[in-house]
Write a protein that binds this ligand. Structure first.
Ligand SMILES: *Cc1c(COP(=O)(O)O)cnc(C)c1O
Length: 429
C-alpha cells in the first residue's frame, strides 16, 4: 500500500471521512485522496513523491502559486513579534486600507477567519440594518456552511448529493428563498410575494461552486436595480472572485456597486482569513458602533494579515492580472482546439484565471444546466488526469484556478494530458 492510502486509512479512523472538509474526499471518484507532502509554485508533491500540476490552488487562495517567496518572507518576518495578541495592530489598518483602496464599494471592513464567518456576519448585518428577515440566495451558489445559506448550496454539498444539510431546522430554512440564477422573473416574483420583508440578495456574481458559469448580460445590473428599488441590500459574495477576477473582483469588472461584499481565499495568502465590508452607514451598525454583534478571538491575526497583505502587494506590483488572463486564454485555446479535434462539443467556461470544463454539451447558465454533466465521463477523465500528474478538482462542480506560477509549458502539458484523458473517457463510453 502506498503512503497516501495508509495515511487515509489512519485518517478515516479519527476524522469523519478522513478529511477536514468534504470537498477533499474523493468518495464519488471511488479512490482515496492523495496526501500532500509539500507544494511550490504550480506544483504539488504527494506523500509518495508523485508530482502534480495543480489547478485547485488551495481552492482559490494560491493565486501566486504555492509558497511564494514574498508571502513566506512576510510571515517569517511577522512571527518573531508574536503570533497574536487580541489587541489592535498596525497591519490590520494597512490591510483594511488596502481592501478599501482596491474595492471602492468597501468604505469600512471587518476581518474574520473564514469566508463562512464573513457571509454569516454579512447576512446578520443585512437583517439588522433593514429590520427584515428574508434572504434571497441562488441555487448552486455556495456561501460557506452557514445554517440559513446551506439551502440548495453548491460545492461539496452538491458533489456529495446533499445540497440541503441535515441539522438545519425547516424554520431556519424558511427564511431563505432559493431561486434559479440568471432568472430575473423569479427575483421579481419573490419581491412581489414578500413585500418589504426581504433583507438582502446574496449572490456569487460569477458562480464558482457548481462548476463555473457567468451572468447573462444585464443580470447583475438587474439585481442592483431591483434591490435598490425594494430597499433590500445587495451582497456580492466575492470570497472566490475577489482579487481574482480583477483587482476589484467581479464588481470592478462590471462596474457595479454592491452594498456589502464578502471576501476570503486570496486575501489570506493561504492562511485563514475572511472579511466583510461595504457602505459605511451599514458597517456602522456592527458592534461596538451599532447593535449587530460580530466578533472573533483570532480575527485580524497579525501573521495571517502579513501573509494576505504580502500576497495583495505582490499582485499589485507584478501586473498579475494580465499574466493570468494570458495563461487562461492559452488554456482555453488549447481546450477548444482539443474538443474540436475530438469532435466532443463539451461546454467550457472561463474568465481570467477561473475555468470549468463541463461534461455536458448544453450551455451552462445555472444549477440545472450544470448538473446535466456526465459524472461517469468526468470520473474517467479525472483518473487519467491524476495518473498523468495533473490535479484538477475531484468534482465536476468545481472551478479550476490558474496561478501566476503556472508556466506556458505547464499549460501546454495540461492541454496534452486533457487530450489523452478525454480520448480515454470517450472510448470507455
Ligand atoms: C469558499 C467560499 C465560501 C466559504 O469560505 P470558507 O473560508 O471556506 O468558509 C463562501 N463563499 C464563496 C463564494 C466561496 O467560494
Amino acid at each position: 500500500m502506498n503512503e497516501s492510502s495508509s495515511l487515509f486509512e489512519r485518517a478515516c479512523k479519527v476524522i469523519p471521512g478522513g478529511v477536514n472538509s468534504p470537498v477533499r474526499a474523493f468518495r464519488r471518484l471511488e479512490r482515496a485522496p492523495f496526501f500532500v507532502k509539500k507544494a511550490a509554485g504550480a506544483h504539488l508533491w504527494d506523500e509518495d513523491d508523485k508530482q502534480y500540476i495543480d489547478y485547485v490552488g488551495t481552492w482559490g487562495p494560491a493565486i501566486l502559486g504555492h509558497a511564494p517567496q514574498s508571502v513566506i518572507s512576510a510571515v517569517q518576518a511577522a512571527i518573531p513579534n508574536g503570533l497574536g495578541y487580541g489587541i489592535p495592530t498596525r497591519i490590520e489598518v494597512d490591510m483594511a486600507e488596502t481592501i478599501c483602496r482596491w474595492i471602492p464599494s468597501i468604505e469600512k471592513v471587518r476581518m474574520t477567519n473564514s469566508g463562512t464567518e464573513a457571509t454569516m456576519s454579512a447576512i446578520r448585518l443585512a437583517r439588522g440594518y433593514t429590520g427584515r428577515k428574508y434572504i434571497i440566495k441562488f441555487e448552486g451558489c455556495y456561501h460557506g456552511h452557514v445554517d440559513s445559506l446551506l439551502v440548495a448550496a453548491g460545492s461539496g454539498a452538491l458533489t456529495h448529493g446533499e445540497p440541503d444539510s441535515a441539522g438545519v431546522p425547516k424554520e431556519f430554512a424558511e427564511l431563505t428563498i432559493a431561486l434559479p440564477y440568471n432568472d430575473p422573473e423569479a427575483v421579481r416574483r419573490a419581491f412581489a410575494q414578500h413585500p418589504n420583508q426581504i433583507a438582502a440578495i446574496i449572490v456569487e456574481p460569477y458562480p464558482g461552486n457548481a462548476g463555473f458559469y457567468l451572468p447573462k448580460p444585464g443580470y447583475l445590473e438587474f439585481l442592483r436595480e431591483i434591490t435598490a428599488k425594494e430597499g433590500a441590500l445587495l451582497i456580492f459574495d466575492e470570497v472566490m472572485t475577489g482579487f481574482r477576477i480583477s483587482p476589484a473582483g467581479v464588481q470592478g469588472k462590471h462596474n457595479i456597486t454592491p452594498d456589502l461584499t464578502t471576501l476570503g481565499k486570496v486575501i489570506g495568502g493561504g492562511l485563514p482569513v475572511g472579511a466583510f465590508g461595504g457602505r459605511a452607514d451599514i458597517m456602522n451598525c456592527v458592534s461596538p458602533l451599532g447593535p449587530v454583534y460580530q466578533a472573533g478571538t483570532l480575527s485580524g491575526n497579525p501573521v495571517a494579515m502579513a501573509a494576505g497583505l504580502a500576497q495583495l502587494r505582490e499582485l499589485e506590483a507584478t501586473g498579475a492580472y494580465d499574466r493570468l488572463e494570458k495563461l487562461g486564454a492559452r488554456l482555453e485555446d488549447g481546450v477548444r482546439a482539443t474538443l474540436a479535434d475530438l469532435q466532443l462539443p463539451l461546454t467550457f467556461k472561463r474568465s481570467g484565471s477561473m475555468f470549468c470544463l463541463f461534461f455536458t454539451t448544453q450551455d451552462v447558465t445555472d444549477l440545472a444546466s450544470a448538473t446535466t454533466a456526465d459524472f461517469d465521463m468526468f470520473r474517467r477523465y479525472f483518473h487519467s488526469m491524476l495518473e498523468q500528474g495533473v490535479y484538477v478538482a475531484p468534482s465536476p462542480y468545481e472551478t479550476g484556478f490558474i496561478s501566476t506560477a503556472h508556466t506556458e509549458a505547464d499549460i501546454d502539458a495540461t492541454v496534452a494530458a486533457m487530450r489523452t484523458a478525454l480520448a480515454a473517457a470517450i472510448n470507455a463510453r
